[in-house]
Structures are given as structure tokens and as C-alpha cells.
Design a protein around this ligand. Structure first.
Ligand code: AQP
Length: 342
């Protein structure tokens, strides 16, 4: 266990692999904005190197990276307060990842459920990058000595692995260099589920667009998707216990609670006894009021591509002031000969 006290620092990332959706927003992005208000140094990353662990069309990847950055800013991240970067512009992420590839064990990686889910039945044909993904994620975090990582619930296992990698590195080299990062998984919607199937998480890669609300959806589309979301025939209960075994109903209540910054109990105290025919329009109004301004602002920012590129470049410069010394020290610990002045 680490004895060193590390300065609090927040890091998190989202993949520019397609549509930024409500799950990303409630599980991650909205939390980033909350952290920004706490005045802790924070770095938020468009993890483009992670995105290419599965095929990305180059033009789409560029567009998605800029769109994601626009989403970060539209949701409330201020590039003056938080450091916004794309991963490939800060080479220390990939450099530290290589060291961590040599620290992490094959057995650890083989236990990762995300790899199993994404590789599916054809694991032999998955990219090596998809398998090694969690070591790069550990490097993303630890190249900043980040102490807190706000994420959705699906990332919990990767964050446990990040701690394992940090602990093994510290142990193997007899140092107390990398912190034991804390996952921060909080809010009423840490796992937003698909609107078509309450047993599957809402995801960018779901082929059904109706399964998710995209952060680029307009007001009509948001309302329509909520109206069509799968539910069950029962009305809403007045206590959270009544949502057990009702994944679709629970999902919509969780979303309402998270958007309205209430607890599930508070929401049910208000809406218990209502039918979905009454609750869905309430949820649609709330979602439109919270999300439509973000999509409008994203669209505006996408018209200012040069400004987005400048924000990312400036963010990367600021980031490297943190990452370069940490990587240099890591290389020294590992025993790499440093360059000298010629
Ligand atoms: N459904 C979700 N509910 C709550 N949080 C979620 N997150 C993702 N989906 C949900 C959180 O969003 C952050 C960024 O996720 P990501 O884009 O890096 O990767 P992901 O988890 O693989 O997201 P997707 O949408 O499921 O992408 P695909 O379809 O490409 O696999 C993370 O903090 C994540 O927890």
C-alpha cells in the first residue's frame, strides 16, 4: 500500500468511437463537470488510441474526436480550468503503456470482461491492442499520477487492474512511485441501459440507434426515443424495492433521477403510482430541457473546428508538463539510459 501522499488529480477519458450518448453523459461527462467545480486539477481525454483497438474509418475518427471535444465543452468543461487533450498528442500515454505491458500479466488481461464482450466468439481475430487496452488505460491514468477517476460502472474492473499494475510496479522496483487510484462511480445512473433491452448497457456500438439517446439528437428525436423505450405494463412503484426485477422501468427512473439531480427515492416519492404513459412525457421534457442545449452548443462548436484543434493542442502542451517528468522518472526507475546534452 502506498505511503506517499499524492496531490489530488483527476483523469478520465471517453473514446471517440462514434456517438457520444446519454450513458457516457450521465456515467462520465456530467461527473467530470461536477469535479471541475471542486477545483481539483483535472485532465479529460478523447482516447483516440483506445478507439482504434477496433476498426475506425480515419475520417470518422477525426470527426468523432472533434465532436467529442465539442461535447465536453458544451456539457460544461472549461478548457481554461480543465485540461482537454486527445491521447495521441501526448506520447507519454503510449510510452508508459509499453512499460505496463511488461508489468501486467497475461492472466490478468484474460479475466477482463470487456475484452471478452468486445472480442466475442472470435477472440483469435481481435486486435492485440484490444487485449492490451487495460494496460494503456492504466498508463493514461498513472502518467498523471491521477488519484481519482470518475467513470461508469462498466470500467470498475479496469480500474482495479490499474491498481494491480501500480502495486506490482511499485513492488517489483521497490518504489512508492505510482498512486493507488480511486475509481469514482457515483450518481443515480452509473450504468444506463439500452432502451431496447434493459439487460444490455447503452452503448455507442449498438446497431440500433433507438437503443440510445445520442448527445447530437434533437429535441424531437429525444422525445420520440423515450416514448418508444421498452417498459413493462406495471405502473411506477413508490419505493426503489418495487423496481427490482424490472430493468427497463428502473433504467428510466434512474435516468430521471440523474438528470434531475435527485435520488431514486425522491423521484419515486413524486411519481409512484403513475403509469408510463404519464411518466414518459415527464422524462422526455426533462431530458429535452437538459440535453437539447448541449446538442445545440455542440453543433455550434463543430463550426469552429480550428478553435477545437487549438484547444486540444494547448491542452496537450499543458498535459506534457505533467507527463514528461513522470515518464522520465519511470524510465530511470526501470533502468533506461537517459539522453545526454550533446
Ligand atoms: N451505458 C453506460 N452507462 C453509464 N456509463 C457509461 N459509460 C459508457 N457507457 C455507459 C461510461 O462512459 C465513459 C466512456 O466510455 P467509453 O467510450 O470509453 O467506452 P465504453 O464504455 O466502451 O462506451 P460504449 O458506449 O459502450 O462504447 P462501445 O460501444 O464502443 O463499447 C466510461 O467512463 C464509461 O464507464
Amino acid at each position: 500500500m502506498s505511503e506517499t501522499t499524492f496531490t489530488p488529480r483527476v483523469f478520465s477519458g471517453i473514446q471517440p468511437s462514434g456517438n457520444l450518448h446519454l450513458g457516457n453523459y450521465l456515467g462520465a461527462l456530467k461527473r467530470f463537470v461536477d469535479w471541475q467545480a471542486k477545483d481539483v486539477e483535472s485532465i479529460y481525454c478523447m482516447v483516440d488510441l483506445h478507439a482504434i483497438t477496433v476498426w475506425q474509418d480515419p475520417k470518422d475518427l477525426m470527426k468523432s474526436t472533434r465532436e467529442l471535444c465539442a461535447g465536453f465543452i458544451a456539457a460544461g468543461l472549461d478548457p481554461e480550468k480543465s485540461i482537454l487533450i486527445n491521447q495521441s498528442q501526448v506520447p507519454e500515454h503510449a510510452q508508459l503503456a509499453w512499460i505496463f505491458n511488461c508489468v501486467a500479466r497475461m492472466g490478468w488481461m484474460q479475466r477482463m470482461t470487456q475484452f471478452k464482450d468486445k472480442a466475442g466468439k472470435n477472440a483469435q481475430n481481435a486486435s492485440l491492442g484490444l487485449f492490451a487496452y487495460p494496460a494503456l488505460m492504466a498508463a493514461d491514468i498513472l502518467t498523471y499520477h491521477a488519484t481519482h477517476v470518475p467513470v461508469g460502472e462498466d470500467q470498475k474492473q479496469h480500474l482495479e487492474l490499474t491498481r494491480d499494475i501500480a502495486a506490482k510496479f511499485n513492488h517489483d522496483y521497490g518504489v512508492d512511485f505510482f498512486p493507488m487510484t480511486e475509481p469514482v462511480i457515483e450518481g443515480a445512473a452509473t450504468r444506463v441501459m439500452s432502451f431496447r433491452d434493459g439487460s444490455k448497457k447503452m452503448s455507442k456500438s449498438d446497431p440500433s440507434d433507438a437503443s440510445r439517446i445520442n448527445m447530437t439528437d434533437d429535441a424531437d428525436t429525444i422525445a420520440k426515443k423515450i416514448r418508444k423505450a421498452k417498459t413493462d405494463p406495471e405502473g411506477l412503484p413508490s419505493e426503489a424495492k418495487g423496481l427490482e426485477e424490472r430493468p427497463e422501468a428502473r433504467n428510466l427512473v434512474n435516468i430521471y433521477a440523474a438528470l434531475n439531480e435527485q435520488s431514486v427515492d425522491q423521484v419515486l416519492a413524486d411519481v409512484g403510482g403513475k403509469q408510463f404513459s404519464e411518466f414518459k412525457p415527464m422524462l422526455a421534457d426533462l431530458a429535452v430541457s437538459k440535453l437539447a442545449p448541449i446538442s445545440t452548443e455542440m453543433a455550434r462548436l463543430m463550426g469552429e473546428q480550428d478553435e477545437i484543434d487549438r484547444i486540444l493542442t494547448r491542452g496537450s502542451e499543458r498535459a506534457r508538463e505533467i507527463t514528461a517528468p513522470i515518464l522520465r522518472k519511470t524510465y530511470e526507475i526501470v533502468g533506461m539510459v537517459p539522453p545526454v546534452q550533446l
